[in-house]
Design a protein around this ligand. Structure first.
Ligand code: ADP
Ligand SMILES: O=P(O)(O)O[C@H]1O[C@H](CO)[C@@H](O[C@H]2O[C@H](CO)[C@@H](O)[C@H](O)[C@H]2O)[C@H](O)[C@H]1O
Length: 474
């Protein structure tokens, strides 16, 4: 990729003015757009970079790609009810420009531009188009520098040419492109400055020799005002893998239990935790530190109640989980904190055809502030995430299988204990607090991203807020 053909787009403001009305319609319909339900009051460019256009279309000149733009766009919105005023979120977009719509179906179509420099053209999400997606891989392969964009490759990894790109169809918190079933590029959507755990942790684990996590092969960043913003991570594609969520639902639909897999997942989680504790600093949490964590949980609950008022009747019961943790800390208990996955659930676990489990997506909870996601925490936080996930799966089954989630939860904890040397269930106050915190997070996440799913975490909230043993699951 020769530097000479690359130029920064001449007028970011004019380009964005062209796209503005279309993006206001298109963005809120994306799964990864976090500001659903709030009006967009403005869009401002953070960086606009023209990428080199790929070779011409085979389907003829009129439909040919006439421009390829990498956009970092700040989306201004009023804050969610009860949330503090914050600068708008910054989103990463790769926009293809055509004279007429492509002849093939165009799932990523953004619309027909009627004003500004792109007037008369059609714009679309270029990650849906194999040729522009190929440009990104080529840029990583060559270590390209394009305006503020940096594409880097781990020197220990070669990247083959000729890998055919395909967009992963499942809409997630980010967008991924698979290349020749060999590599997968995760393009982060909501981005910001600073060290990003989705690169930091897999790199640290790879250096520690932990094979449970695909080792990063390359990455994309933007250098803006002296800060590095992670834009994407390229890693090996686990061929023929099935994710834990799909597998769990498949087993549930057959009425099969999932205990053996849950136990294996517990072991895999503990292996990753052990490696993270070796690779990165750990700290001891005493009274004050744990009280701060418990207060943080209470604060998030208060904010969640403002966002989702249906939580209100359950707030006292939920808060009692956090108070109990604070009280235990006050009695002199200490806990070890370490770097954790931060958003572990069945969909983050891939089982390869040889039956081995890998963990992916170390981004942490996308709706939590980045600095919070990088803090050392009790490892039980990930355990709580997986326990919630078994509950989600059981509640999503077409035909309920009584006791399914409880069996999985128990098997997962015993698998974890085999490797970690301690069973998470032996610290029920800690586990309950983290599980409650996770359920509260899920209520807010679902209300923002998938309102139809809200009843799932709300059912857990009802259980966790109930007094006495009713709230407990084995
Ligand atoms: N290394 C990989 N190999 C195979 N599939 C993967 C890999 N990484 C991600 N995937 C697939 O892509 C999906 C989304 O990846 P993930 O990192 O969880 O992105 P997001 O943050 O968008 O949820 C996963 O659920 C999984 O099915
Ligand atoms: O996978 P992401 O990093 O995008 O995580 C977010 O989305 C998840 C859903 O895809 C969400 O997970 C919740 O739903 C899952 C079922 O779809 C369930 O297995 C999880 O237990 C539940 O938390 C996750 O919370 C969110 O951060």
């Amino acid at each position: 990729m020769p530097e000479a053909v690359i130029r920064t787009a001449p007028s970011p403001t004019a380009l964005l003015a062209s796209l503005d009305p279309l993006l206001r319609q298109w963005l809120p319909r994306r799964r990864w757009f976090a500001g659903k339900g709030r009006p967009i009051t403005g869009l401002t460019p953070v960086a606009v970079t023209e990428l080199p256009s790929p070779a011409p279309d085979s389907d003829g000149a009129p439909g040919a790609l006439t421009g390829l733009y990498h956009l970092l766009v700040r989306v201004h919105q009023p804050p969610a009810p009860g949330s503090p005023e914050r600068p708008g979120d910054c989103y990463q977009l790769v926009i293809g420009v055509r004279e007429v719509p492509p002849t093939r179906p165009a799932p990523g179509l953004i619309g027909h531009v009627t004003r500004g420099p792109l007037a008369g053209h059609v714009v679309y999400d270029a990650l849906d188009d194999p040729r522009p997606a190929g440009v990104l891989l080529e840029a990583v392969r060559c270590g390209a520098r394009v305006g503020p964009l940096r594409f880097d490759r781990d020197p220990g990894h070669e990247i083959r040419t000729g890998l055919v790109p395909r967009r992963m169809t499942a809409e997630q918190s980010n967008s991924s492109v698979v290349y020749g079933d060999r590599l997968v590029l995760k393009v982060l959507r909501r981005i910001g400055p600073g060290t990003h755990p989705d690169l930091e942790l897999p790199l640290a684990l790879a250096r520690a020799g932990c094979a449970r996590v695909p080792a990063p092969v390359g990455w994309m960043t933007a250098e803006l005002s002296g800060d590095s913003w992670l834009l994407g991570v390229l890693q090996p594609y686990v061929q023929g893998a099935v994710d834990g969520w799909e597998l769990a639902l498949r087993e549930l639909s057959k009425g099969e239990d999932f205990a053996a897999e849950a136990r294996a997942l517990g072991r895999a989680t503990a292996e990753v935790h052990t490696a993270l504790a070796r690779a990165l600093p750990t700290v001891t949490l005493g009274h004050r530190a744990m009280a701060r964590i418990a207060d943080g949980m209470s604060g998030r609950l208060a904010e969640a109640v403002r966002t989702v008022p249906a939580l209100l009747p359950y707030a006292p019961g939920l808060r009692s989980a956090f108070t109990a943790l604070g009280d235990l800390a006050g009695q002199g208990r200490t806990w070890t904190a370490q770097r954790v996955h931060g958003d572990l659930h069945l969909g983050q676990c891939l089982r390869s055809p040889d039956g081995e489990w890998s963990l992916i997506d170390f981004e942490g909870e996308p709706d939590r502030p980045p600095e919070e996601r990088r803090m050392p925490q009790p490892a039980v936080r990930d355990v709580a995430g997986m326990l919630r996930s078994f509950d989600y799966a059981a509640r999503s089954a077409d035909t309920p299988v009584p006791g399914w989630a409880e069996t999985c939860r128990a098997a997962y904890c015993s698998g974890y204990a085999r490797v970690a040397g301690h069973d998470p269930r032996t610290d029920p106050v800690l586990l309950r607090a983290f599980e409650t915190d996770k359920a509260v997070y899920e209520v807010v996440y679902e209300s923002r991203h998938r309102p139809d799913w809200l009843p799932v975490p709300l059912a857990a909230v009802r259980r966790l807020a109930a007094p006495g043993p009713a709230r407990l699951m084995p």
